[in-house]
Write a protein that binds this ligand. Sequence first.
Ligand code: FAD
Length: 395
Amino acid sequence: MNAAGTVIVGGGLAAQRCAETLRRRGYEESIRMVCAEPLAPYDRPPLSKGALAEEVEQAALSFRAPEWYRDNEVDLLLGSAATRLDPARRQVELAGPGQLPYDQLVIATGGAARELPFLAGFTNVHSLRTAADAARLRPLLQSRARLAIVGAGFIGQEVAATARGLGCEVTVLEALPIPLAPILGEELGTWFGRLHEEEGVRVLLGAAIVGARGGEAAEELELADGRRIECDAVVVGVGTVPATTWLEGSGLDPRGVRTDAAGRTPLPGIYAAGDASVPFEPRYGEHERTEHWDAAAWQGAAVAKVITGSYPGTPLLPSFWSDQYGHRIQYVGHARRADAVLVTGDPGSRDFEALFLRKGLPVAALTVDRPRSIPGLRKQIESGHARGPAEEVVA
Ligand code: FAD
């Protein structure tokens, strides 16, 4: 076994899928996974849903049992963060003493929650990215805190749904006039706002927060129009940024690593996958970051296929799911590109599907409680796509 082998930086879904796929495909060199958290790779979606409402054993969130790593000779360097990349020497520097040489490097450091500077430092202001974040937030929700959620994106909405389920008084503050409108359009965005209002959430739109008052904890949020929102706890859900600042000075973009459609960066032997990456989308000939589970899983496996000498094929269409108030919401495609939307079913009773069209061709779909529709809709969208330019490494 070669000592350098593959180093995977990041210990999440993309990292896990990469390691698994490498071993499944007969890769025999060493695999070392550098994980900033003290936990073996685990699944994040439950952290805003069931595992936020009620504590679940970490083992139930873990992708694999500890024996898997031993049996497959995947070395986990837990609680160890990469701080610098030196591509000329082919090594990664770690926090504390230590460098790791690599033959192949996979960057899979995921995303970091975007912060709001004027809320920094308050002890009751939370973001939700890790199991530790969920563990801090859970008791507050269980004690029915008055919760202010900043941002009506999917994380904010899921936290609102979970918190309402636990009986919290919830206010969602969204700067946009309609939640999710830039992605899903006004009709669907309005539907999401109503969904939460019908469940007893106070949804404040066009709500620009300018500051907070309190001592150690934020007791009131101040809005630009003078309104004040009292709260016991605040969750900030205003998106994520790629967790790639450690790449500063390496020649790769520390604001997110651009790759071709198969996860290759322009630097030899270096790949990126998951929320840290900004891969080429061959359908549209553009680089596009998708922060979804399916994409991270596909990209992690794709990189392993390239390392073991095969072509991973065309990337999946972006897709995600969200669970809110007992409803399963699913999405596939690129709704941002649509110029029309066709809704069938009954949005009022939370049972419908929306087909997003561009020049009459389907480009995306969103369904509520219609899981069986998704495969057909996916096919329809795929077949409607004009083929994009050939995949290539783009600097
Ligand atoms: P991550 O899973 O974020 O893993 C990255 C890992 O790298 C982390 O463990 C991090 O600590 C580590 N790391 C960071 N920096 C360093 C460093 N310098 N050195 C070493 N390690 C480092 N998607 C859906 O499609 N549906 C959902 O319902 C859904 N729900 C979600 C709910 C929550 C609360 C969250 C946070 C995400 C959710 N997602 C959902 C998104 C999905 O989980 C992510 O897209 C996926 O986890 C991305 O995988 P990843 O491996 O790229 O990154």
